[in-house]
Design a protein around this ligand. Structure first.
Ligand code: IMP
Ligand code: MG
Length: 168
């Protein structure tokens, strides 16, 4: 396992992103929503840095089963929180890859009556998107490699690593 981004670098960047969000007022009146399971460590640390640790809604979106390459279209498990109606939303996600997950969530949030939707992702894989997505806040741009740790998993393993590593 090759460490790509160590725990200190992650924590420093999270604090910087919190600073950007604060400077933009992007959380004033916004409802933060994290995508389970992968985005939870990032979302918790980010909201802690923003001084709003108690303030998190979540949705569960599953995009793949088992094999690294055996990706399916993402599916929303359950509903988006009803509290999104009439609210602006800050979506917090671990990694932007093909763009399908954030596109699906955006559609579902709009359907549920959300206002402005702003995306915040820890990692952005530089690759051709299947679905064009705009992430206003990006922690790190990375190459098109499969990574684990800090919430990201391979077959439900490695989520608890405090750093991000490339799987070989
Ligand atoms: P997208 O829908 O292709 O943009 O993919 C986003 C989702 O795919 C993320 O929420 C992750 O669950 C998963 N994913 C994409 N790339 C990786 C990776 O390198 N490691 C672990 N999970 C990933
Ligand atoms: Mg995910």
């Amino acid at each position: 396992m090759n460490v790509l981004i160590n725990a200190d670098e992650i924590q420093r960047r999270v604090v910087q992103i919190a600073g950007e969000i604060e400077a933009d007022g992007a959380l004033d009146g916004f409802l933060p929503i994290a995508i389970r399971e992968g985005a939870l460590p990032f979302a918790r640390d980010l909201l802690k840095a923003l001084g709003r640790p108690e303030d998190l809604e979540t949705v569960t979106i599953s995009s793949y089963v088992g094999e690294r390459e055996a990706r399916q279209d993402p599916v929303l498990l359950g509903d988006v929180p009803p509290s999104v109606a009439g609210r602006s939303v800050l979506v917090i996600e671990d990694i932007l890859d093909t763009g399908r997950t954030l596109t699906l969530l955006r559609e579902e949030l709009l359907r549920a009556g959300a206002g402005t939707i702003t995306n915040c992702v820890l990692l952005d894989k530089r690759r051709d998107r299947i679905s064009e997505v705009d992430a206003k806040y990006v922690g790190f741009e990375i190459e098109d490699v499969f990574v684990v740790g800090y919430g990201l998993d391979y077959e439900n393993e490695f989520r608890d690593l405090p750093y991000i590593a490339i799987m070989d």
